[in-house]
Design a protein around this ligand. Structure first.
Ligand code: 6R9
Length: 646
């Protein structure tokens, strides 16, 4: 551990070298024993006798604790009432700095029971899918926990997604119930969520979906086009429902939630997580990686629409009886000091955020940080994309006053929880490295042919053994699940990320090796942006690549060829940008659109993305061999007309 920064060991794990190594060794050698013990951290109505039953071969079947029964809502609420009923479960901080609310475990339990009954009253039962399209308000967590309580499978769709994107996701999982809000408030701007939901329903109904119920958070007067019979005011439903609601006994392997995420193809994938293993894994990683201690205030800045919002804003923290802070707004409103003001106001002990936010705030200057009291902070975390060592150092030095370990956590929607991450206060850190695997996680680095590389190595990152938080399938598409994750390297879960392992065995994630972009920590497929572009009447063909962007990590660079007779001008460019935003959402706003008279293709018609990537990166010295192209001259035009992308 030559270059590693040594921290004083603080947790029961004690000395890192011995305890981590011992626990880790047991966790991968004897997962049944290890997880058999740690599975008991949650409450089971019917205990499990079988721990791990998973195979990455053939039809790929992943099962954990398969004969146990439990309920996530019971574990996140009822279990804490006796001892911690008065403890704050959720601190809500509004977009407007003068607004905040505290909700105790007792109050949250009551609200969840009431809304669960309201769901049941509208016919929702175990196994039904419910879509949640919400701002960052406590009712989003209530809706998720209420689904968990009655055994409904929730699909939370990020509130920034367009009506088209929402409709596609509702249709895919056949969701006839939607929970939404009249509007969302971000950075002082009102975003008409219900209006988008109504448009989405129109599109979905057109595609054959029946939508029976729309719960709307908000005052009646603020709900545009209230549809009698279909629309239900959340507040009225909750007030008239009974506060008592028994939690459904769920099998550990019953579906828990679907979360759509982007892959290399156009259609988002419905990642399916199940009940028992997911909760065990989310709660254990939350406690161990962040070294969470009772009574601490924990703040994860992720939106509930992403997996981080599921595992580390709602389920992990609540399963651990933590106080979790939910922030409706954005880090730069009313000014770039907002995050640190919130830390001071609520005495935040643990902060978990994304490198993209840190890069923006670092650019705003240290004064915004240092003028707030950050003495409550004990642990700092990051997630979502690789963190540049300079940003890591700034986070540690300026935000954390060199007192707080920075835990860089690598994981994915598919993994359910942290996979490669330090244990706060225990693992010696290296800026820019997610360090070492969590218990039970066996990372392997393979070359293009699938050979496992040992020692110091760089290649594609796979995971060799199952862990409890792993996704079980893609909703309604097990064949695609096998194809996407287990066919590239037979018998291994392929992550889609590149990775390097150093001489100390530390892992350094280098970014996606497939056609997935990571823009400000938001994951999207180049194919999704391409299909949005070609659905514009003026576009004949489109190719989209990522390029390095100082703040966003990656920016979106689009090449378009146009329909005959159409000419490229500022107006068309604006219209294309607006079109992508309306098809997918503002997170997919193109940074550059270059007109291409032709795209570089092989003679068999395959677009050579490598070349397009190099041009977007302005790395013209290494365009490589272009002689295999059907028409090598198109490259000259693209190079001559490339757009400034720095
Ligand atoms: C949790 C989450 C997953 C992709 C993943 C990788 C990137 C996430 C990272 C990281 C480097 C980290 N990623 N955490 N890259 N260091 N600490 O973000 O899930 O939205 O599914 O994205 O994000 O490329 O494959 P998801």
């Amino acid at each position: 551990m030559s270059q590693a920064q040594n921290q004083e060991p603080q947790t029961e794990l004690g000395r890192f070298e011995t305890h981590y190594a011992n626990w880790y060794e047991e966790s991968v050698r004897d997962p049944n024993r290890f997880w058999g013990r740690h599975g008991k951290r949650i409450h089971w109505f019917e205990p499990y006798s079988i721990v791990n039953n998973a195979s990455f071969e053939g039809n790929v079947s992943i099962r954990w604790f398969e004969d146990g029964t439990t309920n996530v809502s019971y574990n996140c609420l009822d279990r804490h009432l006796q001892e911690n009923g008065d403890r704050t479960a959720i601190i809500w901080e509004g977009d407007d700095p003068s607004e905040s609310r505290k909700i105790s475990y007792r109050a949250l339990h009551e609200e969840v029971c009431r809304f669960a009954n309201a769901l049941r009253d509208r016919g929702v039962k175990k196994g039904d899918t419910v879509t949640i399209y919400m701002p960052m308000i406590p009712e989003a967590a209530v809706a998720m926990l209420a689904c968990a309580r009655v055994g409904a499978v929730h699909s939370v769709v990020f509130g920034g997604f367009s009506p088209e994107a929402l409709a596609g996701r509702m249709v895919d999982c056949d969701s006839s119930v939607l929970v939404t809000a009249s509007e969302s408030l971000r950075g002082g701007r009102r975003i008409p969520l219900k209006q988008s939901a109504d448009k989405a329903i129109q599109i979905a109904v057109h595609q054959g979906l029946t939508v029976s119920t729309v719960f709307v958070v908000g005052e009646r007067d603020h709900v545009p086009s209230f549809v009698e019979g279909r629309d239900v005011l959340y507040r009225e439903a909750v007030e008239t429902a009974s506060p008592e609601c028994a939690a459904e006994h769920m099998n550990a392997e019953d579906p828990f939630f679907i979360l759509y995420t982007s892959g290399s193809t156009g259609k988002p994938k419905g990642v399916l997580h199940t009940t028992g293993g997911y909760l065990v894994y989310a709660s254990m990683t939350h406690e161990v990686v962040f070294d969470y201690r009772p009574n601490e205030v924990y703040w994860c800045t992720a939106d509930v629409g992403w997996v981080t919002g599921h595992s580390y804003l709602v389920y992990g923290p609540l399963a651990n009886a933590a106080t979790t802070l939910m922030f409706e707004g954005v880090p730069t409103y009313p000014n770039a000091g907002r995050m640190w003001e919130i830390v001071e106001k609520h005495r935040v002990n643990l902060l978990y955020t994304a490198p993209t936010a840190l890069r923006t705030l670092m650019g705003a200057g240290d004064d915004y940080v240092t003028r707030s009291d950050r003495s409550s902070l004990r642990v700092l975390g990051t997630v979502g994309e690789p963190i540049n060592p300079e940003v890591w150092e700034w986070y540690s030095r300026v935000v954390g006053d060199n007192r707080c370990p920075v835990v860089d956590t690598w994981w994915q929607t598919e993994t359910g929880g942290h996979m490669i991450a330090p244990i706060a206060g225990v693992t010696p850190l290296k800026p820019g490295s997610a360090t070492l695997p969590f218990f039970g996680v066996v990372p392997v680095i393979v070359d293009q042919e699938g050979n496992v590389l040992t020692g110091v190595a760089e290649g594609n990152l796979c995971i060799a053994q199952s862990w409890p938080g792993q996704m079980r399938t893609l909703y309604n598409d097990h064949a695609r699940f096998i194809q996407t994750y287990f066919s590239t390297y037979q018998g291994k879960y392929f992550t889609g990320d590149g990775c390097r392992r150093d001489a100390d065995g530390y892992y350094w994630i280098t970014g996606r090796v497939d056609d997935v972009l990571n823009v400000s920590g938001h994951r999207m497929g180049t194919a999704e942006v391409e299909s949005a572009l070609v659905s514009h009447p003026s576009v004949a063909e489109a190719a989209v690549v990522g390029y390095p962007h100082d703040i966003k990590g990656q920016g979106i660079y689009c090449y378009v060829t146009l329909m005959g007779g159409v000419s490229f001008d500022d107006e068309l460019q604006k219209s294309l940008i607006a079109h992508v935003r309306s098809e997918i959402g503002p997170i997919a706003t193109p940074d550059h659109i270059q007109f291409a008279p032709g795209l570089p293709k092989t003679r068999s018609g395959k677009i050579m993305r490598r070349i397009l990537r190099k041009i977007a990166e302005n790395d013209l010295s290494s365009l490589g061999d272009t002689s295999t192209l059907a028409d090598p001259t198109v490259v000259d035009d693209l190079v001559a007309n490339r757009l400034a992308s720095k």
